[in-house]
Design a protein around this ligand. Structure first.
Ligand SMILES: C[S@@+](CC[C@H](N)C(=O)[O-])C[C@H]1O[C@@H](n2cnc3c(N)ncnc32)[C@H](O)[C@@H]1O
Length: 467
């Protein structure tokens, strides 16, 4: 019998060669214009807010008092099962895809197939997390699982190696978690912050100018005198979607770009509009708001192993539908260009990149509705448990209160970069520029307004041409 080991050091190797700690970067690909043959050496680094994400264990006591309504939240039994394992399958044809969907609906674990290949871009050692052959690989992960409401784990601070702040100096965090190959006891292990089975009470609301957003919405019956809150560094959800090759990502982006350009609205600055409604102003969706329900169901109904659509309720008014009249005052009640849900993560080694593209357009979970903020309350952590493929996990960056919208920074701002040629962090890693203010943008994206409403808002959504 194996002796359980305490989790005080990084988990043992899973058989793969050890990975260097890569400065990780990601971008929300709102638009991509990649000149053909361009050698992609541009990098994208996440916003600076996460850089403060470290001193994890604060405010715990208060948080722990917040809510006792999480009866299901600590399901340690689930920790040893499929939770958090990288179940990946390569889908080569419609028939296999159908089969895999059936399997998925039955909850069958799927054989993991690591499919990392070397990208064939000129002279680079770009590693694509998927085969560069248009095959689609589905990344099946539990989502919206992990820390329970209101800092249940606050009295159990993450160990130095598991804290999201403990990785490189990059503002994008990078973590290894324990996996089934470890000899630790899963329900006692503190190196599995994203593998628990609890779910946070989240809801979706439709906001003028931003579209759908995700809110922390504990039930009113839950500690009404002292509404629960989420402490900093609470795991919120994992970004799930189709894991696609870079070639496929570029192909799709070209299409999304075209659609987005067609639906673009004339840009206007957020300051000319009233602030987004808070949760207090939202009401139940009107009867017959099938548009909203169907839209959200579509997104939630796939790829979310442990949450049915009904479990992420919709709060607030119904969004406008085709043919709705324009708002008085000139602005249309619409989020602007049609959104899409392709997230690309770039991790940089000395002489290679690891690129991961997840497209939640066709399957995904609630995390696809996280909006951008220039002063976000979440950051992304690139988690690995036992494999090369990263899992993109959202953690709270500061305390999140009932009714707050959950947001993250889609990209990096120019002010976070020391020079045009990129910056060097404390570890000597270099980062390229991204989302630079003042960078000439293609017509369809230039001036696309940010409606985050924060005091730190720079007015435009982050944007970086090229993938
Ligand atoms: C991943 S989606 C987020 C969910 C989206 N709001 C929806 O309704 O599906 C990203 C898109 O949301 C919109 N968006 C997100 N954050 C925004 C912000 N701060 N200001 C304006 N639009 C935003 C943009 O259209 C963006 O392309």
């Amino acid at each position: 019998m194996l002796t359980p080991l305490p989790c005080v050091s990084p988990p043992p190797s899973s058989g793969l060669p050890p990975l260097p700690l890569l400065p990780s970067t990601f971008r929300w690909v709102d638009s991509v214009v990649l000149p053909s043959g361009t050698h992609n050496r541009r990098l994208h680094r996440r916003g600076g807010g996460a850089g403060s994400a470290g001193k994890g264990q604060t405010e715990g006591a208060e948080a722990a008092e917040g809510c006792g309504c999480d009866g299901e939240s600590r399901n340690s039994a689930a920790l040893g099962s499929n939770a958090g394992k990288a179940s990946i399958e390569s889908i080569h044809s419609p028939s296999t895809r159908q089969k895999s969907d059936q399997d998925q609906s039955k909850g069958d674990p799927t054989t993991a197939t690591d499919t990392h290949t070397i990208d064939d871009e000129k002279g680079s050692n770009n590693i694509d997390a998927t085969p560069d052959n248009h095959d689609v690989v589905r990344h099946r992960m539990p989502s919206n699982s992990g820390n329970p409401v209101a800092g249940q784990d606050a009295d159990r601070p993450l160990s130095p190696t598991s804290s999201p702040s403990s990785s490189t100096a990059s503002s994008f965090k990078f973590e290894f978690e324990c996996s089934s190959s470890c000899r630790c006891l899963p329900d006692q292990c503190q190196l599995r912050p994203t593998q628990a089975s609890a779910r946070l009470p989240l809801s979706l609301g439709y906001l003028p100018k931003k579209g759908w957003g995700v809110f922390f919405s504990p039930p009113p019956s839950c500690a009404p005198a002292r509404p629960p809150s989420l402490p900093p560094h609470t795991f919120v959800a994992e970004y799930t979607g189709e894991l696609i090759s870079t070639v496929e990502a570029r192909r799709r982006l070209a299409i999304y770009d075209e659609v987005s350009a067609l639906s673009s609205l004339p840009p206007s600055h957020p300051s000319s509009l009233p602030p987004s409604p808070g949760i207090g102003k939202r009401t139940s969706p009107p009867a017959g708001c099938t548009h909203a329900v169907e839209h959200v169901k579509h997104a939630q109904g796939h790829g979310q192993a442990n949450a049915a659509p009904a479990e992420v309720p919709i709060l607030g008014p119904c969004p406008p539908q085709e043919g709705d009249k324009e708002e008085s005052g000139g602005g249309r009640v619409h989020a602007g260009p049609r959104p899409h849900y392709l997230l690309t993560l770039l991790e940089e080694g000395d002489d290679f990149y690891l690129r991961t593209s997840l497209d939640a357009t066709h399957c995904g979970n609630v995390s696809r509705f996280f909006n951008h903020s220039c002063d976000p309350n979440m950051y992304l952590v690139c988690v690995r448990n036992g494999g090369l493929l990263p899992r993109l996990c959202f953690f709270t960056q500061r305390r999140v209160h009932a009714g707050d919208e959950l947001t993250f920074a889609y990209g990096e701002r120019e002010e976070n970069h020391a020079s045009k040629g990129g910056i060097q962090d404390e570890s000597g890693a270099r980062f390229g520029r991204s989302c630079a203010k003042g960078t000439p943008l293609p017509q369809s994206q230039s001036g696309r307004p940010c409606w985050c409403g924060s005091e730190k808002c720079v007015g435009n959504l982050p944007y970086q041409p090229g993938l």
